[in-house]
Every structure is written in structure tokens, then in C-alpha cells.
Design a protein around this ligand. Structure first.
Ligand SMILES: [Zn+2]
Length: 257
């Protein structure tokens, strides 16, 4: 009887320890006890990102991920600038070669017929993604990379292409468990709107993806001032937030699994 009780007590202690341990692990997933990781993305290889976002980030020593479209005029014209930002610790992420999106979705009048994902085969997107990776590797020498699907779309003409490209990446942005990660794509909103979004998240959310496009120009824009204000907020709260490239953040997460 005594032995049974001892065993029961031991089991209870073990269960309690395991649950405490997993709580501690959940609390300390990120380096230096940061509660939340923040991944800043700048998509589509836009001029205002090189002219406005990069200086603002570098001034504050914050690292971000740039999901470039090699077809972009700014990518072609300023190849050295993209290579340099990678040398400086930012990430060049894969966003396919041609940025195909589904024309069949609402407000997609801007999608040209030859870049319509509704008409593309999975195999064609896999080829695009593969060539984009080769091109980015030539630019930054990296073989570990992450991917953001253009427009967040997944369905090509003959099926979902995400699984077919997933082996080429350590992580795909926007497809994380919503209990773990949330996403906000600022468009004509201010720093405080992004801050409110971050601060209202429940404790279980450990990663916030902030997806920028234009910064003080181009499209889906945030003004330079509001972008600066947001970066300053991240610096002021650097004990709480770990700001780094999506690649670095997801590498830590993968090691913890
Ligand atoms: Zn895009």
C-alpha cells in the first residue's frame, strides 16, 4: 500500500514537473527570454524599401527579411543593393520569380493573364521557385532560406503548390499555426495600429509577422514617419521582443522541436 502511494506520489510529481518544464520551455523558446519574436518582411523588391526601409532598419540595427521578386525593375537595376543588404545580415527570401496570384479572387483586376495562378501548373511554380533559389544563392551564398507565397495564395490550376515547394525551405511564412503566430500587413495604417495588434495577442502567440510593402512610396504603403515610429517602439521594448530575420527565428524554433 505504502509502495502504491509512493508510486502515485512520484507519478504526480513527475507529471507536475513535466508540465512546469513545458511551461518554462514555452516561456523561453526565444533567446534571452524574449516573450515574442517579431519578423519584419518587406515584399516584392520595391524601391522605397531600399531607399527608406533599409536606412531606418540599419540605423537601429534591426534585421528583416526581404521577399524579392526578381522580375521587379528595382531588383534588376539595383542588384548590388540587394546583395549588400544580405551581407549586412538581412535575409533575401524567395517570393517566386514572377509573383503569380489568383485572378479569380476579389479585387484581383491587377493580375495579368500571364501571371494568373489559376492557369499555372504546380510544376511551373516549382520551377519558378527553384530558379529563384538558385538566383538568390548566387547573390548571397546562402542555401538555407524561407518562402512567402505571393498574395498568400496556394491553389494553382492542378492543385496546392505549397507542399511541392516546401522541401526547399526551412519555413513558409503565413502558414504557421495561428495559436503560435499571427500576421499583419500594414496598408495605410499608423504605427499605433500595428502596436495595438501586437499587444492584444494572447500569451500563447510567440511570433508576429509584420508584412510591409511600400515604405513612404510604392503601394500598400506605410509612411516613413510611421514606419520609424514602429521601429522605435520595437527598440524601446527590446527586452520583450526579439526582432530578427524569419530565417533566424525559424531556425531557433526548429532546434527547439
Ligand atoms: Zn508579394
Amino acid at each position: 500500500m505504502l509502495k502504491l502511494m509512493t508510486n502515485l506520489a512520484l507519478t504526480a510529481i513527475l507529471q507536475f514537473s513535466t508540465s512546469v518544464l513545458s511551461q518554462v520551455q514555452a516561456e523561453t523558446l526565444w533567446p534571452n527570454n524574449h516573450k515574442v519574436a517579431i519578423s519584419l518582411s518587406y515584399d516584392d523588391a520595391l524601391q522605397s524599401q531600399l531607399d527608406n526601409a533599409i536606412p531606418a532598419l540599419d540605423q537601429r540595427n534591426l534585421k528583416a527579411s526581404f521577399y524579392v521578386v526578381p522580375l521587379s525593375v528595382t531588383f534588376k537595376k539595383r542588384l548590388n543593393d540587394w546583395a549588400n543588404l544580405a551581407k549586412n545580415g538581412h535575409e533575401l527570401g524567395n517570393h517566386t520569380l514572377f509573383h503569380a496570384c489568383k485572378k479569380s479572387k476579389p479585387y484581383r483586376d491587377w493580375v495579368t493573364p500571364h501571371k494568373n495562378l489559376d492557369d499555372k501548373l504546380v510544376r511551373a511554380i516549382v520551377d519558378e521557385v527553384t530558379v529563384a533559389n538558385t538566383l538568390l544563392n548566387a547573390l548571397d551564398g546562402e542555401s538555407v532560406r524561407t518562402f512567402t507565397p505571393p498574395c498568400g495564395d496556394q491553389l494553382a490550376k492542378d492543385g496546392n503548390y505549397i507542399e511541392a515547394v516546401s522541401e526547399q525551405f526551412i519555413a513558409i511564412k503565413g502558414l504557421e499555426d495561428p495559436n503560435f503566430a499571427r500576421i499583419i500587413a500594414p496598408n495605410n495604417i499608423g504605427a499605433q495600429d500595428i502596436i495595438d495588434f501586437i499587444e492584444k495577442q494572447p500569451k500563447n502567440v510567440k511570433l508576429i509577422n509584420v508584412l510591409f510593402h511600400g515604405v513612404g512610396g510604392d503601394y500598400l504603403t506605410i509612411s516613413k514617419d510611421e514606419h520609424n515610429k514602429f521601429l522605435d517602439y520595437l527598440l524601446t521594448n527590446k527586452d520583450k521582443y526579439w526582432v530578427d530575420t524569419y530565417r533566424n527565428i525559424m531556425q531557433v524554433k526548429l532546434k527547439a522541436q
